[in-house]
Design a protein around this ligand. Structure first.
Ligand SMILES: [Zn+2]
Length: 331
């Protein structure tokens, strides 16, 4: 590449509780290659990092590149992701990841390029703000409805991470002393609406004698967990338990998101995540309907959108972590 020519492509990795999505993008954030692998359910951080590297190599190959051709790789990670050190700790939705693991250093060694680590939802929300549904606005609240319920905030054009942990809307309490959350506390929005929490609840209900096709559909699809696709299929067939649990989730989302809106007064709420993107506009409307009664200022609710970058949004947002202002070494 000659001096002054456009910037080298960048990699992005969205590390989720269910899947690892990778992309390679050009200077205009157009996707040149992408790959997806399931997140390992067993093992530990080293195994997860190995799958991440493999998936990124596949995306690079698809783009006709090797990983060392990239300017760098950005990673959106769950748990407590330290942007300065690249260490990720307490990623409780990942296997064997209760302690701290130097994910940035490990991947950088594996891939031969600089790696920057950020929070998964913050990255995805930044992506929507710069390139997707959040473009027309200055202040947005992102709600990432997937394995858990994550949140991200852009205030007056800038990401707000507080002391590192802002935006944890999933743990807004919607029912004091309510359902047990995967975080160990009770009554969190995520305890009703997170994919993992809904699956735990569905298994309990089946043990208690409830009838449902959820687990039959799961097996037919060769899955070992209730993915967003499994929920969608069951809902299309008016499965009683699936309908009941999703209605319960929507009520919790409505109350929790309204509480966050009452605090922040954002111009728009953007719903992303595995369930949010799959369920799309119809469910965003249903969430809005559950939210409106709880809004303190109810005559001008925020705009509601589905994340426009879809399934690749998290990975594209992660690629934005690679500093575009640093010129790439030229020959
Ligand atoms: Zn919680």
């Amino acid at each position: 590449m000659s001096p002054g020519s456009e910037q080298a492509p960048r990699g992005g990795i969205d590390l989720g509780g269910t899947k690892i999505q990778t992309v390679v993008v050009d200077a205009k954030n157009e996707v040149l290659g992408e790959s997806r692998r399931p997140t390992p359910e067993k093992g530990g951080p080293k195994d997860v990092a190995g799958e991440m590297a493999a998936a990124l190599r596949e995306a690079a190959e698809q783009a006709g590149l090797g990983t060392t051709d990239l300017a760098g790789v950005g990673v959106g990670s769950p748990g407590d992701a330290d942007e300065k050190t690249g260490v990720v700790s307490g990623a409780r939705n990942l296997p064997g990841w209760k302690g701290a693991f130097p994910l940035g250093d490990d991947l950088s060694e594996e891939l031969g390029v600089p790696v920057r680590i950020g929070n998964d939802v913050d990255g995805a929300v930044q992506g929507e703000f710069e390139l997707g549904a959040g473009k027309p606005y200055d202040t947005i609240l992102g709600i990432w409805w997937g394995t858990g319920v994550g949140g991200g905030l852009i205030l007056d054009g800038k990401p707000w991470i507080g002391r590192g942990a802002a935006g944890e809307v999933g743990h807004i309490v919607v029912q004091r002393g309510g359902a047990r959350c995967t975080c160990g506390r009770k009554g969190c929005m995520e305890a009703y609406a997170g994919r993992l929490a809904m699956e735990i609840k569905a298994r309990e209900e089946v043990k208690g004698g409830a009838k449902t096709d959820l687990f039959k559909i799961m097996e037919e699809r060769g899955r070992d967990r209730l993915t967003s696709g499994v929920w969608e299929r069951a809902l299309k067939h008016d499965d009683d338990l699936a309908t009941k649990l999703i209605d319960r989730a929507l009520k919790a989302l409505g109350a929790g998101i309204a509480s966050a809106v009452n605090l922040i007064d954002p111009e728009a709420v953007i719903i992303g995540g595995g369930l949010g993107v799959r369920f799309g506009d119809e469910y965003v409307s249903r969430i809005a309907a559950q939210m409106y009664p709880h809004l303190f200022v109810d005559d001008r609710p925020p705009q509601m959108h589905v994340a426009a970058l879809g399934d690749l949004g998290g990975a594209i947002g992660a690629a934005l972590l690679v500093d575009e202002r640093v010129p790439t070494p030229t020959a």
